[in-house]
Design a protein around this ligand. Structure first.
Ligand code: GLC
Length: 586
């Protein structure tokens, strides 16, 4: 169609691996590259053809690898360069593409560039980072930060460096200083390291917070009263809002395409918080020559706190808000740009716990329902490790059982200052902590779920004797086999890849249903997103009932269901069906 890359895109199904938690091959309790190689058969049988690896590079692990100290070295616990080359080769043999995580908004403070940058104001690397003079000094002589921004993982986005008497900017932790993309040398370094990996045969990049790379030149205050801890969550958002989609971001991405990506066969996806559909078209428009797709955050922000505490809340989104958001992106990008489709990743809670129902009775059926409604939309589906077996959120008893720095920072911000009680915050953490996604992958029912023979770096979810890959592969009705069939359907039917999107029940709080259409084909997806049985007159694809909903089609046949039998126009708890039809004969 409009873009030569579009045919690569619409067939792709991506599986995200968080290497630290995927499979440990040497018993040190930390997943590694050889562990990933051991599981390629499992992934191939699932049917995915792109593997996105969260960062595998040398790192002091302040943020588990999202703080890189050497872009050309492999994290010691993960293995060697030879292991990575072997993984790329083995994946290739299976027709799989490896995407690396390109974290270039910031480096680790232990990166050589930053060590040099800190050493003196006239060091050639000084300008690789964003340094500013203090705004002034308090009465006791404490230097005041250049503006009021706060960072995602710490109280201020500025850290004072005693040696040179200036502050550096870090939108994440103080150990993640932001690179200065205004400096052409920085951009050249980034393009070089991208080429280094592409020459080794990687098939593209997931680009970490890539819409933060161009900072506004006047670093003016964020609009909210950011120093008031009562609105700290909102202030984090407003500080972040000041630094996204900056003045030169599109220029930089177009330069990156020209300088690097145009020379290789790549797939690229940008992580872009706080972006609208209009921004999405700028970043991922078919004609624009920037990225292939972006991750929007809108649908994973609907259940945020109503008190201004950002994501820290345990409330659920309403279904109508969720379907409206998904529809907005489906229709907004139609024929203009490409969607990425995801329920969860290494930063988000487990899909079945957040949007489905993780009780023993409904876990499998609701996880299958979520897979169905996601995979039948237009865009590239992303599966986060463990989602395909219906892994659930975890709940650790003590704050010290959690590893994630964001979780600890939030606890400190809200509980130590008395804004949220310990008990309430522990509930919010159980619902939202990033560690929900990071407990080790559950491979089987043996000790430590077959993840490691050593002591796992993060405790396992205790439900692994019931929920594990071995059990899922052995059971034809499992989430795993349902996902495998959904992936196969996408490859088989062009209407899943390319059809237009039409939401059928915009106001419903129980039914999520939509129709897709190409000139020849029709698809209807109808799902009950509740634990009660509901009536739905077109749930058995009655042509007359569908017509009343504005769907013209004929020859309807059921091609996917998460129940063994059919209950006609009744939808049982979390039931999800997909019907394929053809356009009416004229
Ligand atoms: C992205 C990553 C997240 C990381 C942050 C800083 O949001 O997905 O895990 O903490 O960027 O690199």
């Amino acid at each position: 169609m409009t873009s030569p890359r579009r045919s690569v895109l619409d067939n792709a199904v991506v599986y995200q691996i968080y290497p630290r938690s995927f499979k440990d091959s040497d018993g040190d309790g930390i997943g590694d590259i050889r562990g990933i190689c051991e599981k390629l058969d499992y992934l191939e049988q699932l049917g995915v053809d792109v593997l996105w690896l969260s960062p595998i590079f040398a790192s002091p692990n302040d943020d588990n690898g999202y703080d890189i100290s050497d872009y050309r070295a492999i994290m010691k616990e993960f293995g060697t360069m030879a292991d990575v080359e072997e993984l790329i080769a083995q994946a290739r043999q299976r027709g799989m593409r490896i995407l690396l995580d390109l974290v270039v908004n910031h480096t680790s403070d232990e990166h050589e560039w930053f060590r040099q940058s800190c050493s003196s104001k006239d060091n050639p690397y000084r300008d690789y980072y964003i340094w500013r003079d203090p705004a002034g000094y308090s009465e006791d002589g404490t230097p005041l930060p250049p503006n009021n921004w706060i960072s995602a993982f710490s109280p201020s986005a500025w850290e004072f460096d005693e040696t040179t008497g200036q502050f550096y900017l870090h939108m994440f932790s103080p150990k993640q200083p932001d690179l200065n993309w205004e400096n052409p040398e920085v951009r050249r370094e980034v393009y070089d390291l991208m080429r280094f990996w592409l020459d080794k045969g990687v098939g593209g990049f997931r680009m970490d917070v890539i819409n933060l790379i161009s900072k506004p030149q006047e670093l003016i205050d964020a609009p909210l009263a950011v120093n008031d801890p009562a609105v700290a969550g909102g202030s984090r958002e407003s500080s972040l809002a000041m630094s996204v989609n900056g003045p030169r971001v599109h220029e930089f991405l177009q330069e990156m395409r020209r300088e690097v990506l145009d020379d290789y066969d790549t797939l690229t996806v940008g992580e872009t918080p706080i972006t609208t559909v209009e921004d999405g078209i700028l970043y991922a428009g078919f004609e624009r020559g920037e990225l292939d797709m972006i991750f929007t955050f809108e649908h994973v922000s609907l259940d945020f706190s109503e008190q201004g505490w950002g994501k820290w809340s345990d409330r659920r989104t309403s279904l109508s808000a969720l379907t409206a958001t998904l529809e907005h992106w489906q229709k907004g990008l139609e024929d203009r740009a490409w969607n990425s489709l995801y329920w969860n990743n290494h930063d988000q809670p487990r899909a079945v716990s957040r949007f489905g129902n993780d009780s023993p009775e409904y876990r499998v059926v609701s996880a299958c329902m979520l897979g169905t409604v996601l995979h039948m939309m237009c865009g590239t589906p992303y599966i986060y490790q463990g989602e395909e077996i219906g892994m659930t959120n975890v709940s650790f008893p003590e704050i010290d059982d959690y590893d994630d720095l964001e979780t600890h920072d939030a606890y400190d911000t809200y509980v130590r200052s008395g804004i949220i009680s310990h008990e309430q915050m522990m509930r919010f953490i159980a619902a939202k902590s990033r560690d929900n996604a990071r407990t080790p992958m559950q491979w089987d029912e043996s000790e430590h779920a077959g993840f490691t023979t050593g002591t796992p770096w993060l405790p396992l979810n205790p439900n692994y004797p019931e929920i594990n890959a071995r059990a899922a592969v052995a059971d034809p009705h499992s989430v795993y086999h349902h996902y495998r069939r959904l992936i196969a359907l996408r490859r088989e039917y062009p209407v899943i890849r390319r059809g237009s999107f039409h939401l059928l029940e915009p106001d419903s709080e129980t039914i999520f249903s939509y129709a897709r259409a190409t000139a020849e084909d029709r698809l209807v997806v109808v799902a009950n997103v509740s634990a009660t049985t509901v009536e739905c007159d077109y749930a058995a694809a009655s042509p007359a009932a569908l017509q009343r909903r504005g769907v013209e089609g004929a020859g309807w046949q059921l091609i996917s269901s998460n129940y063994a039998d059919d209950a006609g126009s009744v939808l049982r708890p979390y039931e999800a069906k997909v019907y394929l039809g053809h356009a009416p004969q004229s």
